[in-house]
Design a binder for this molecule. Structure first.
Ligand code: ZN
Length: 343
């Protein structure tokens, strides 16, 4: 095999054959023995990726060119979570922010409401037009490679970096696009997390499967790590290096071993007992109930309502939590009925 690891250039891999979570087609996955990076063997060219993300990706994954209300609601909740991360670890004022892969523009809109001077870029024409029409935000139809210079104080990339070929080239570009002393906030799926269903880990569109060790290492030539949150998805905040290092700083031998051990433990037993998988059907019903409330609302109203009630989730007896309790009770009831029906 002539493929080199994208992080450490090694050719020593554990070869895995996994199924695509969406269409169950076969995916060849490589687990690098030297650095622990998990990556797809067959990576499309940049030109193929550009065409795919401009035209097909959202349709393949969400069957639409513009987000449905339930996706706006989910994106709105995720946006609030990400703003909270920035508030906690960086402080939010009037910084300029560029969201790369802005999707339907929900985060850009919420960040602007919070006072940030936020803009975005998004390769899909349907989604970038949607952001402008629905929220009046500035989302340019473009990919990172089209960007001349953003000079933003903060760059954000949510569930985008794992789709990108050539991570080192991407980091070099990001380093150029952020101001001196600026920050980069990346969120990706966390390959080490226990609460992902074994059916829902590998995707054709995800070229890399990062851990806190390999993402830190991928950024290490151009950015210093400031903060990590890895319960669930992996969130990492980085600060721009004034001068890039000469080389990537690879994960330590202990980190590579820890990754290997975690990967061996992954499976249905861990997911159901430790990762909370046994509760997922109930959570799904709860989610459906919440999403049904927004079915007929406009995208802007969905986000405005979520922003207004953003502090409610932390209060024990808030209306939001009482609704949640109602959802759980209904979910438990439905679960019980299903259980009875099966027995
Ligand atoms: Zn490697």
């Amino acid at each position: 095999m002539n493929k080199n690891c994208d992080l450490c250039q090694s050719v020593d891999f554990i070869n895995l054959v996994e199924k695509d979570a969406k269409n169950k087609s076969q995916l060849n996955i490589l687990h690098c023995i030297q650095c622990g990076l998990i990556q797809q063997r067959d990576v499309p060219s940049n030109a193929e990726l550009k065409t795919y993300y401009a035209h097909n990706y959202r349709q393949d994954y969400k069957s639409t060119y513009s987000p449905k209300p339930k996706y706006v609601y989910r994106a709105g909740l995720a946006a609030l979570d990400r703003i909270k991360f920035l508030e906690t670890h960086l402080g939010v004022g009037h910084q300029t922010l560029l969201d790369i892969g802005a999707g339907g523009g929900e985060f850009v809109y919420m960040a602007k409401k919070r006072g940030l001077d936020a803009k975005g870029i998004e390769p899909n024409i349907g989604y970038s037009e949607f952001s402008k029409e629905q929220y009046g935000v500035e989302v340019q139809t473009a990919m990172l490679s089209d960007l001349e210079d953003s000079s933003a104080d903060i760059l954000t990339m949510f569930h985008v970096f794992e789709h990108m070929a050539n991570p080192q080239d991407v980091m070099r570009k990001l380093h150029r696009c952020v101001k001196d002393n600026g920050y980069l906030f990346i969120e990706v799926p966390n390959i080490l997390q226990a609460d992902a269903s074994p059916h829902n880990i590998y995707f054709k569109a995800h070229l890399f499967y990062y851990s806190k060790f390999t993402l830190k290492s991928s950024a290490s030539q151009y950015f210093d790590l400031v903060r990590t949150e890895d319960s669930g998805n992996l969130k990492m905040l980085f600060k721009k290096k004034s001068v890039p290092s000469l080389n990537v700083s690879l994960p330590s031998a202990e980190e590579v071993q820890a990754t290997k051990r975690r990967m061996q433990k992954k499976g249905w037993l861990e997911y159901l007992l430790i990762g909370g998988g046994a509760l997922k059907p109930f959570r799904r019903v709860e989610k459906m109930i919440f999403e049904a409330f927004v079915k007929n609302s406009s995208p802007r109203k969905i986000l405005d309502d979520l922003y207004e009630k953003r502090h409610e989730h932390s209060k024990a007896f808030s209306i939001g939590n009482l609704k949640r309790l109602g959802g759980w009770s209904t979910a438990s009831g439905l679960g019980f009925v299903c259980f009875e029906a099966l027995c």
